[in-house]
Design a protein around this ligand. Structure first.
Ligand SMILES: Cc1cc2nc3c(=O)[nH]c(=O)nc-3n(C[C@H](O)[C@H](O)[C@H](O)COP(=O)(O)OP(=O)(O)OC[C@H]3O[C@@H](n4cnc5c(N)ncnc54)[C@H](O)[C@@H]3O)c2cc1C
Length: 454
């Protein structure tokens, strides 16, 4: 059966459901297609933590009622020995029930969007070199969903994007080492968690190489506990690490009940070189819109959805659904959060080369304090060299590890350079190839200078 829409959103996870919610009052004929049923909505395994700022910024409702499990007041960052702890307070966040929040968004969205659940998209339909729809199969059998704009929000699977013509810049794939794989359990513990309003992050390359492990309370006796490692480097699987290392810890192993356990891969790199092409937009994990350092992708997916929603509405006003007509999504995302994300991608690579000894030292000495961490996640830059006295103090603080200071300053320099490049993201598709090769050259130079082996 053939059905015609203005917009078809494939995948209704954080990216697709947010976009559906944002388009519900647009007056456009929008379909949201999801292979899972309501019980599987937002079912990808996740740490379930999200910054509160993401909701107002993107015009989405804050989680409440059953969807809100715990308000987060801060984070504790542990050194490998766990004797060094950074206590970060100030920002607010939430531990959510993803399924409940996702369903609440979709119920609202369904006022203006057709939801096709239990419907799996298999292929893009390309006619005379133009993307005109997708093939899907669901309750009603084979479907041909046609639209002027197709959005791939299928997460890491990138079910539509990866099947687009290889000469389209959106279809490129990233190297395996730019991804992580993570495993998490949601468990009821047989003891009461102290300070459940603090999420805990543990850095230890012997446990979580190229990543970290976490303990995120969801109330007094419930927690989301998981571990993530870099892919493509032959590291142990996180499910095995959880079983063989974390379960031996009294704070993790004292399970009263396991509510859910699962793992998945996630991109931890800079965004796709372009989120849009003719009649096409990718958002969320499909477009690699994820924080490369901590792997948080829900807020990034919402921001990408906001850029896409505004670009779609503008494209329909102008009647132009080409890459040029949808380019606004790129301009807004890449010059905003994308620039921070690119900078954090370089930081991610640097962090993945550190030894336990260096991490221990940095956390214990408080070398990177609250101010630097806030600055790096909000602006993609450390506030390292504001004036001479600060710089001098920095040198004194690093006296035990001068080479680490040199590396950090060098990394910060490149982080600033790549951010500047993203702030000059081309104004149209014509400038993309040149810009993209400048980014690739800068990243290659960074890897060489910083001796990054992947
Ligand atoms: C273990 C782990 C812990 C994480 N912790 C956090 C965290 O604490 N905070 C945070 O913000 N982020 C976290 N992330 C990242 C976060 O989960 C993702 O970035 C986020 O879910 C991406 O949303 P998305 O909508 O792009 O993709 P997804 O959540 O993967 O949703 C994609 C949707 O598309 C559907 N779909 C796929 N293919 C098709 C198809 N062919 N047809 C129809 N439907 C299809 C899927 O069923 C799914 O519903 C974590 C990730 C992992 C793996």
């Amino acid at each position: 059966m053939r059905v015609d829409y203005d917009v078809v959103i494939v995948g209704l996870g954080p990216a697709g459901a947010s976009l559906a919610y944002m388009l519900k009052d647009s007056g456009l004929r929008v379909a949201g297609v999801e292979m899972g049923d309501f019980s599987k909505i937002w079912g990808k395994p996740c740490g379930d933590a999200i910054g509160a700022g993401n909701f107002d910024k993107n015009g989405l409702p804050h989680p409440s009622g059953d969807a809100l499990k715990q308000v987060v007041r801060g984070a504790l960052i542990y050194s490998p020995s766990e004797e060094g702890v950074l206590r970060l307070t100030g920002g607010e966040g939430y531990m959510i029930d993803r399924n409940k929040y996702g369903i609440s968004l979709l119920r609202e969205a369904s006022r203006g969007v057709d939801l096709l659940l239990e419907t799996k998209v298999s292929y893009p339909i390309i006619e005379s070199g133009k993307l005109v729809g997708v093939k899907a199969r669901g309750e009603k059998g084979e479907l041909e969903l046609r639209a002027k704009v197709i959005v791939d929000a299928t997460g890491s699977a990138a079910s539509v994007r990866k099947k687009l013509p290889p000469e389209w810049p959106v279809s490129v794939d990233a190297p395996e080492t730019d991804f992580s794989v993570a495993f998490r359990k949601i468990v009821e513990l047989d003891y009461e968690i102290e300070e459940p309003e603090f999420i805990r992050i543990y850095f230890n390359v012997n446990v979580a190489p190229g990543g970290y492990w976490w303990f995120f309370p969801k109330g007094k006796s419930l927690a989301n506990i998981g571990v993530g490692v870099q892919l493509g480097r032959g590291y142990e699987s996180p499910a095995k690490i959880y079983r063989e290392v974390l379960m031996k810890r009294p704070d993790v192993g004292r399970e009263a009940r396991v509510i859910s356990e699962a793992g998945a891969r996630l991109p931890t790199r800079r965004p796709l070189v372009s989120m849009v092409w003719d009649n096409f937009i990718a958002i969320g994990d499909s477009a690699y819109t994820v924080d490369p350092v901590h792997g948080g992708g829900m807020g990034y997916a919402m921001t990408a959805a906001r850029s896409a929603a505004d670009a779609i509405v503008a494209a329909f006003e102008e009647g132009d659904f080409s890459a040029r007509g949808l380019w606004r999504a790129n301009m807004v995302y890449m010059r905003g959060l994308g620039a921070v994300q690119a900078s954090l991608d370089l930081l991610r690579m640097f962090l993945q080369t550190l030894t336990n000894d260096e991490i221990e030292w940095a956390i214990r000495k408080g070398l990177v304090g609250k101010e630097e961490i806030v600055s790096v996640f909000e602006r993609g830059e450390f506030s390292l060299t504001r004036h001479f006295l600060d710089a001098l103090e920095m040198v004194v603080r690093f006296l035990g590890k001068p080479s680490l200071l040199t590396k950090l300053l060098r990394a910060n320099d490149y982080m600033r350079k790549i951010k500047e490049l993203y702030l000059q993201y081309p104004e149209g598709p014509a400038g993309l190839a040149r810009w993209s090769s400048q980014v690739e050259a800068l990243v290659a130079e960074y890897k060489k200078v910083m001796e990054i082996p992947f």
